[in-house]
Design a protein around this ligand. Structure first.
Ligand code: NAG
Ligand code: NAG
Length: 408
């Protein structure tokens, strides 16, 4: 978290500029701030006609004019959008996209988004924020295609930021994404706050928020109900703080899956605190495929979590293989997992094995610490722990009883 003060400073400045831009908007000082209303670029707020080009043009103007603070304003209404890329770098120093009470909807035919990696992609931007709004990607028709076993496109991530710095996503709702809802890839200094994610508990690959190859990321005060991971933390994530999150339905908060490839950057300095998991498949999970990789996970704090009928409240799975045994690598994961703290975790487990540490024989887990963990089973069964190649210590009250190997 070494850079957090910088990030906070930037945020303060941002808020200050926002209020400045509001007070100065009546004066005509285009070099300071300017507003670009998508309606002036031909957007249709009834959702009947396609508004993609209008949004693209409004962005190009806001980005390119060289204002200190430029706003793309989207008034209440429904706007039909195909895949669109908002590219930087911008001449304007700060660009804010204000969606307010607007809903952006994808075309009914899933193939229009299905072949693109993203629906709304911001690439190479700095000092950019997206506020408010509902993003409705109309995912169910693609999920149905995938369920039927027909040949279907992978689907698009609803909102993605790539190669970007100083990003803010606030008070936004994403519903029914085709694939991931929000993805942060190769970014620095990101703050995601007050986000709501909604999708069916059986929708395939609809991770709520995915982060990878990114540094200094905050995810705060969000509510995520979806069919896959609530938050997934991929290779190359450093200095991530997750706080006040409610997950469920879904697969819980996951670090991984790791060891997708042999050469992969590690995950380090992760804090996940004050989370609630309701009816999720997992709670706090670290997962890697069973194959060689130089990836690693180090310095993780899971603090203050409530489990309400989670199937696997605490789990490290280094033999991750969800799609049936024919696809399992059947080797040893060499991802090194160390220094992981579980503190103040309580609630109910839907299965008797409430704590499972299935670590690599090649590279055992070390420095696992449990402190004040209290997990009971719903149907009066006694909860148990299962350990393989897991070293560490238990402190305070720990139930189920720890099976960590205390070798210090
Ligand atoms: C981002 O904002 C800061 C603070 O206003 C400014 O100094 C910097 O130049 C901006 N970055 C870009 C790329 O415009
Ligand atoms: C934890 O989260 C809940 C719900 O989001 C909130 O009401 C509470 O104030 C938070 N507690 C702390 C210590 O942050």
């Amino acid at each position: 978290m070494a850079n957090l003060p910088d990030h906070l400073l930037w945020t303060l400045l941002f808020v200050l500029l926002l209020s400045l831009s509001r007070t100065s908007s009546s004066r005509t000082s285009p070099s300071t701030s300017a507003l670009f209303d998508v309606l002036d670029f031909g957007a249709d707020p009834t959702g009947a006609a396609d508004s993609t080009q209008a949004f693209r043009d409004a962005w190009t103007s806001a980005c390119g004019r060289g204002d200190f603070f430029a706003t793309v304003a989207v008034r209440s209404g429904r706007y039909l959008l195909r895949p669109v890329r908002f590219r930087g770098p911008c001449k304007s120093r700060h660009v804010s996209v204000r969606l307010g009470g607007a809903t952006l909807v994808a075309p009914p035919d899933y193939r229009v988004l299905g072949g693109s990696s993203s629906w709304l992609n911001f690439d190479g931007v700095s000092n950019t924020s997206v506020h408010g709004g509902v993003l409705d990607a109309k995912g169910p028709s693609l999920w149905a295609c995938k369920d039927s076993g027909r040949d279907c496109p992978d689907g698009a991530t609803t909102l993605s930021f790539t190669n970007s710095n100083n990003i803010r996503i606030k008070d936004l709702t994403s519903m029914d994404s085709q694939m991931f809802h929000i993805s942060i890839n190769r970014c620095r200094n990101v703050r995601i706050q007050g986000v709501r994610v909604k999708a069916d508990g059986n929708s395939p690959n609809t991770d709520g928020i995915h982060v990878q190859l990114s540094t200094n990321v905050l995810i705060l005060h969000s509510d995520i109900a979806t069919g896959d991971d609530c938050i997934s933390i991929g290779p190359g994530t450093q200095n991530l703080r997750v706080q006040r999150i409610r997950c469920g339905p879904g697969h819980g908060i996951s670090i991984g899956s790791l060891a997708r490839s042999e050469n992969e950057p590690g995950v380090q300095n992760i804090i996940v605190r004050n989370t609630t998991f309701q009816g999720t498949q997992n709670g706090l999970r670290i997962k890697s495929w069973a194959r060689p990789s130089n990836g690693f996970v180090r310095g993780v704090h899971f603090i203050d979590a409530r489990m309400i009928n989670a199937q696997n409240p605490i789990i490290i799975d280094q033999n991750y293989c969800p799609y049936g045994s024919r696809t399992c690598p059947n080797q040893e994961s060499s991802v090194k997992i160390s220094d992981v703290l579980y503190r103040d975790i309580q609630g109910t487990s839907a299965s008797p094995i409430a704590v499972r540490f299935d670590c690599s024989t090649k590279n055992p887990c070390t420095g696992i610490r449990m402190r004040n963990v209290y997990l009971t089973c719903l149907d009066d069964e006694v909860t148990r722990s299962a350990c393989a190649n897991a070293n560490g210590e238990a402190l305070g009250t720990v139930r189920p009883r720890s099976c960590l190997f205390e070798n210090s």
